[in-house]
Design a protein around this ligand. Structure first.
Ligand SMILES: Cc1ncc(COP(=O)(O)O)c(C=O)c1O
Length: 417
């Protein structure tokens, strides 16, 4: 068969895309799927087994619940006809939603954000994270990314920046020590990322850790990206402290939130950023010349989620449900020889150290999928090899934990600590 000719221009256009793909590939072995992100690979394998009739429980993707709240569905449905006939939304988002966001951050954190120019609505928080990098980084600028964490290094790379990974120590409970981060600061460092509550460790950062990062940012003139998509999900009465409570960094802080997690609105693909107006303006520029806005119908539905009374109730119910799942998971899995559990302080995520069993995290997840019929996320996707992450949000979580536990109990321990 004749090989299709690839033009030089096509080859060149792939340069950055290839580099990004290579970086993403490090998250797993690619298999035959071509999918660069390990969590999606395992979830996809699970789907394929399920389509052949196998009973699979999905705990790979971070989902709290697929049940979009009725208030949101009702508001979306009610406004469908009217909104469908509207012009598209302003690039920053519909004013009503930006107003509701401004009110929310005021109520919850005493943070004043001008809805006219300090808030941008995006297609999920991931888009906000990329827009932030694209708006602020010049080629070669460095961003300190404490890991394990969600894959912030990819948007940094896409924006032609350089992610400098700062490894947190599992033995020290993944404490964020700003003096460690300071050693990585160079004249090219422009930003530090903070994921709090943290995916995948389940940690909820304390005031002291956050204060250290705030001080460092001021001392070395850095921006701070605070990913708070698991905002407020903290257990055992632990207080969730947003970076925004440090008033002295508000001029260098971009707080990024999602409707996917806390409000179960995964497929609305809505998130937002709150930050200084110059940066929000930059993000608006990237937005306007790439996507030209977010469907206003969905934004209208999201306004209903931000009703303070509804949110309080919804968050309390979510925490109660997740606490039960977390307690069950921690108790059952802690019984297993060789397995080390990082007890979640918040989020819907439970991280387990499986290194004693001598398999890569990707192979361990494949084993759990085949043996237990449960899809979990490989640690490698979050910069922590030798671990698996279990999402606790699903309806059959206790059954999933039990199946995982039994499958692991069959494994010989290869490596003692
Ligand atoms: C820490 C963190 N940030 C961002 C995202 C992206 O969420 P979305 O784009 O759906 O808002 C996720 C999704 O799992 C996440 O865990």
């Amino acid at each position: 068969m004749q090989q299709q000719k690839v033009s030089d221009a096509t080859q060149k256009s792939k340069l950055l895309a290839r580099q990004v793909e290579e970086l993403a590939k490090q998250y797993e072995t690619m298999d035959r799927t071509g999918e660069p992100f390990g969590t999606i690979v395992i979830a996809g394998m699970g789907q394929s087994l399920a389509s052949k009739g196998r009973d699979i429980i999905f705990c790979a993707e971070s989902i709290i619940s697929m049940r979009v709240p009725d208030v949101v569905l009702d508001a979306t449905e009610k406004n469908l006809r009217e909104m469908a006939l509207h012009r598209e939304a302003p690039f920053l988002g519909i004013p009503e939603l930006r107003q509701a966001i401004a009110q929310r951050v005021k109520n919850l954190y005493g943070q004043s954000a001008n809805p006219e120019n300090e808030i941008i609505v995006t297609s999920g928080s991931m888009q906000a994270e990329y827009y932030l990098m694209a708006a602020t980084l010049n080629p070669g600028d460095e961003v300190i990314v404490p890991v394990p964490t969600f894959f912030f290094d990819i948007p940094v790379k896409l924006a032609r920046g350089k992610a400098i990974l700062a490894r947190l120590d599992p033995k020290k409970n993944f404490i964020h020590d700003s003096s460690d981060f300071e050693k990585l600061v160079t004249e090219k460092t422009k930003m530090i990322t903070v994921c709090n509550p943290n995916n995948p460790t389940g940690r909820v950062l304390g005031e002291e850790e956050l204060g250290g990062i705030a001080e460092l940012a001021i001392k070395r003139d850095l921006l701070i990206m605070h990913d708070q998509v698991y905002e407020g999900i903290a257990y055992d009465g632990r207080k969730y402290v947003p970076m925004a409570s440090f008033k002295e960094v508000r001029d260098r802080l971009i707080s990024i939130t999602s409707f996917s997690k806390v409000f179960n609105m995964m497929n609305y693909r809505l998130g937002y950023a709150v930050g200084p107006k110059e940066i929000i303006r930059g993000m608006e520029m990237v937005h306007s010349f790439s996507s030209m806005g977010i469907p206003s119908l969905l934004q209208k539905g999201a306004v209903a989620a931000l009703d303070p009374e509804f949110e309080r109730r919804h968050l309390a119910e979510t925490i109660a449900k997740l606490t039960k799942a977390r307690d069950y998971g921690v108790a059952r899995l802690s019984e297993i020889d060789g397995l080390r559990i990082h007890k979640p302080e918040g989020t819907n995520l439970l991280l387990a150290d499986v290194s004693a069993f001598g398999m890569s995290s990707m192979n361990f997840c494949k084993y759990l999928l085949n043996e237990a019929g449960v899809a979990c996320a490989p640690g490698i996707a979050y910069h922590i090899e030798g671990h698996v992450r279990i999402s606790l949000g699903g309806d059959r979580i206790e059954e999933a934990i039990e199946r995982i536990a039994r499958a692991i109990e069959k494994l010989p321990i290869k490596k003692k600590e």
